[in-house]
Ligand binder design. Sequence first.
Ligand SMILES: Cc1cc2nc3c(=O)[nH]c(=O)nc-3n(C[C@H](O)[C@H](O)[C@H](O)COP(=O)(O)OP(=O)(O)OC[C@H]3O[C@@H](n4cnc5c(N)ncnc54)[C@H](O)[C@@H]3O)c2cc1C
Length: 400
Amino acid sequence: MRDQDVLIVGAGAAGLSLAHRLCLPRRGARSPRVTLVDAPPGGLRPPERTWCYWEPPGGEFDEALATSWEWLRVRGADGEAVVGRPAGLRYKMLRSGAFGAFVERRLDGRPGFHRVTAAVDTVTDVPGGAEVRGADAAGEPVVLRARWAFDSRPPRPLPPARTTLVQHFRGWFLRTGRPRFDPAVADLMDFRTPQPPRGLSFGYVLPLGTREALVEYTEFSPAVLGDEAYDRALDHYARQVLGLGEWEVLSVEQGVIPMTDGRFPRRPGAAVFRVGTAGGATRPSTGYTFAAVQRQARAVADAWHRGRPPVPPRPYPARSRAMDAVLLRALATGRVDGAAFFTGLFREVPTERLLRFLDGRTGVGEDVAIGLRTPVPAMLRTVAELPWLRRRPSPPTGPG
Ligand SMILES: Cc1cc2nc3c(=O)[nH]c(=O)nc-3n(C[C@H](O)[C@H](O)[C@H](O)COP(=O)(O)OP(=O)(O)OC[C@H]3O[C@@H](n4cnc5c(N)ncnc54)[C@H](O)[C@@H]3O)c2cc1C
């Protein structure tokens, strides 16, 4: 039963990061025996995606990065730009395929590390540990057991919440006929897009050279769009707003990220934990997840090596989650103008502090100072309303 120490379900950002962290050799310590279970190619396995995060230069995944930027820009609806250079940090782009290959180079062939391909149905407690049940690509049953199991399958449905929005987007990796981009600057939010009736929209531009970039159209709103609507919005942004002229689309990236104040249980069983988006690692107000996944993976590995139950820590402090609940509600009710809100924050708060805030690493005083830079009456009204709202099953987020 217990020849395995750890089962990890899902080889996405969280599963790969956790496997990598647990299996990194430590002097004088035994690495756990880890089995990483991922779905067979097909509907359950997500297509290649792009993860961006910020950290100092010289990070451990730097050799796998597609690129990184020193300068970050946010543009208001009027086109006025706020440009920041977060001291000591870089905004980094890692493609999921490159990250998978990086982890494979480090782990495959290492004694004690195994991979299994199976569509997992259940991850449950059994006496003395955890059990994973599913089926392999041929439909044959797969049963695995270990002392601990970490489940990163996407959470469906989302947990009951007071507010549920989605961050949804489509992006084109494109090549323009002429040089159009400044490879030193990433455009995080460009609000020169037509705003939807509820929530907000913006363009996101990540240059890979003077003629190549990932150009995305993103909304924070109650429901995703249909294919045509994304293409129309992207074409408008690329043509009318950015004035890119001629371009060729090299590949397409699309996604939906939950933005919810629902509670994601991190320990659904005595020996079963949830990690990644399923474990609440997605920051409700921004959708950023990758950095929190790294913090969780480090803490789990440290706990295992110290002989403690490897419970994933809370990805964000309670104060950050409370502030996000207020912001989500204020956006969903239309009480704050999202474009003005985010542009104002970038204008008023030093970029480095804002990025630390988004990681949940600012102190109380800094959080209060940031709170005072927001539309205070609308936010206070929302604070007063929240305790009276019930958490409801999350609404469908299909095309609205
Ligand atoms: C297109 C896109 C771009 C994003 N960009 C960013 C970004 O720039 N920065 C950032 O911080 N966050 C970003 N996010 C949010 C977040 O980082 C990603 O969603 C991230 O992939 C979440 O990691 P995860 O491990 O929780 O889930 P996933 O990476 O989705 O991994 C889930 C894994 O579970 C497996 N699986 C699913 N069902 C089963 C099953 N039944 N049996 C076995 N395996 C199963 C899948 O094959 C997959 O490997 C992005 C999200 C998307 C969708």
